[in-house]
Design a protein around this ligand. Sequence first.
Ligand SMILES: C[C@@](CO)(OP(=O)(O)O)[C@H](O)COP(=O)(O)OP(=O)(O)OC[C@H]1O[C@@H](n2ccc(N)nc2=O)[C@H](O)[C@@H]1O
Ligand SMILES: Nc1ncnc2c1ncn2[C@@H]1O[C@H](COP(=O)(O)OP(=O)(O)O)[C@@H](O)[C@H]1O
Length: 283
Amino acid sequence: MTLSLPAVAKLNLFLHITGRRDDGYHNLQTLFQLLDVGDELQFSPRADNQLNLQCNDLSLQGPDNLIIKAGRLLQQQTGCQLGCDIVLDKKLPMGGGLGGGSSDAATTLLALNALWQLKLSQEQLAALALQLGADVPLFVRGFSAFAEGVGEKLVPVQLPQKTYLVVTPPCHVSTAEIFQHPDLIRNSAPLSLDTLFSSPWRNDCQPLVEQLQPIVALTLQWLVEYAPCRMTGTGASVFAEFPDAASAQHALTHLPASCRGFIAKGVNQSPVMAALADTEFNA
Ligand SMILES: C[C@@](CO)(OP(=O)(O)O)[C@H](O)COP(=O)(O)OP(=O)(O)OC[C@H]1O[C@@H](n2ccc(N)nc2=O)[C@H](O)[C@@H]1O
Ligand SMILES: Nc1ncnc2c1ncn2[C@@H]1O[C@H](COP(=O)(O)OP(=O)(O)O)[C@@H](O)[C@H]1O
């Protein structure tokens, strides 16, 4: 009995930082666009309480993986004595502002809730998700969303399903380091959703990341020759919107050799929801 589920990526179509909270976290206004591309996970429940993770990237197999943390959290919160063998096929670039680890964690919460028949509601799962990371509730809810708070106050939005080219330059940006940096723009005025939608979209982390990692600025300079582009999250990945897959593919064929790139479509609903609804484990 094995359940296979996707864990898709997200883009921040815009990201404004409106202040710093007393606990060090930052209040945001951001537009999360879910994509149709991501990691793949397989879950095979166990009668004992062991949680095992196998991954095509060996560096991710340790207990620090958000997948294992998600499983442990569910066990602790519900007293469940069951376990799971989990296989992660890691496809998304890591630490790239695409939310891959957060999405893996959310898919794990959804999968184990169904397999272990815990019957936790979406609200309960989203509250647990927030303990794992600011991005995780988005992927538990499974819809593209306008977000405030630290990213957990989510309002669903219907966005046109555009084609994106996502490019990850060869550098690592630590989310924590960006948020701690004194030069980060963190005083953007909170705006209404209407104003945000009708203003030019920007990412407040981008100027700092371009300064700290010049390769990000260079990658944006390359991509802007094909289409207007921005950074997602705290970087380092950047993206551009294209009118169709052919024009995105044209740019992708000229990708700088040091970068990774993929084409994806924006989706309003995460495919994990449809995949879960299709299974006999549906809670
Ligand atoms: C800011 C975003 C935008 O999408 O960046 P990316 O991770 O996607 O690049 C995310 O919300 C990140 O979500 P996530 O990666 O889950 O963040 P967490 O693990 O909770 O936090 C990582 C670090 O970032 C800081 N952090 C995170 C979110 C936030 N609103 N304010 C913060 O100051 C925290 O202090 C923490 O040290
Ligand atoms: N399942 C996972 N997939 C990817 N990274 C993970 C996972 N679990 C923990 N991590 C850690 O989280 C870091 C950031 O992961 P990721 O979600 O890919 O980045 P971002 O939040 O920038 O999109 C990684 O560098 C890795 O150390």
